[in-house]
Design a protein around this ligand. Sequence first.
Ligand code: SF4
Length: 414
Amino acid sequence: MKVLLTTLPSEGEFVNWTTPKHFQPSAVKYMPLGILSIASNLPASCEVIILDPPSEGWTIKKTIEKIEKEKPDVLGISAISRRVYALNQLLKNTTTPYKAVGGPHATYYADQILENGADAVFVGSLADNEFKKAISKKQKGIIQCCTNINEINFPKRDLLKVEDYFPKDFVLFKAENRLPMFSSIGCPNHCNFCNVQEKRVQRKNPKTIIEEIKHLISLGCKSIHFLDDNFNTNEEHLHKILDEMEKEEINIEWSGRGEAIISERLAKRLADNNFKRIHVGLEALDDNILKYFRKPIRTKNIHAFCNILKKNNIDILGYFIVGTPIETEEYRENLPKKIKNLGIKYPFFNILFPEPDTDYYNSLLKNGIYKKNYWKEFMKNPTPYFEIPYPYGEEKKKEIIEYVNGLIKEFKPN
Ligand code: SF4
């Protein structure tokens, strides 16, 4: 059986003003770990083809031509809501006899995806086992997934040309031959702007994590980033990973994406094991704004966190969100000074964006700031490059973009 797995081309994706262009260098390619994992868990009898159109810069038309040329028996698409226009085009204009869709978009829009031409839709964060079973029986309809992260193989990156995914031009820091991996999926927190859907955290067995790290090293990787939703929600688990690293004498440089709560003991042990940098959503340096975001931390936690990391020489890449309706002039003016005082080496500025299916977007509807359900209409009938109106008016939008550009300039690394 020939199985073609693909991500979606970026052509036509909805406009999202969250991340200023400065932080989005075009040469950075995101390894499609979701479809690589699915591929790594298919039986050896399957012939697997992986396509990654956004990394290749392919248009929708070119992606469809590539799929049609391969004539697969199964087409598996990993879908994100931002690219629903491309998803519908692929479903409509390919002739594969069995089409299956998974990924974050599938959770909320399974019925619509079926209406638009998919045979099967996989709902849930990990669909590896369910996908394998479904394609053998050509099962149709909505399939609920409950694959256990510890019962599947980790993604084999060598199904792709790995060197293509070593980033060439990071804007903030340098990390040679860096590759991502997941040590866990899910985050138990409920920040109002966030679209991480999985609230139940699944953590990989530490021994499997070490095997995966060794696999990455064997491919020439020199720096590993744990791209988890939130990698440090369980310190004991991290200590077990560190035990294994020490036992196996793993000494590669690494970093992780997590939250701003850490003990002295863990920070010290991480630093002793070549952990260089934590990427962390701080979002704001004001308790009212943190409360507005429903962050589980307050400024006192952020201060303690920064102090501990500073003591241990671990760099912080801190994400900040600006543009909340409760932000004051004074807050904006003082933010750069506060960031500098905390020693946050790499501040990364985002603009608050009402992602579909988030509490923040729903609150804009509920409070009457949005008079109609833009995302509902868009998902039903996606048009290319749709842009949702800025909730507080175009003038405010201009003002906030100018403010962020000023911050970026102020913190630009030399
Ligand atoms: S801590 Fe991060 S991943 Fe978790 S809900 Fe908040 S923003 Fe999302």
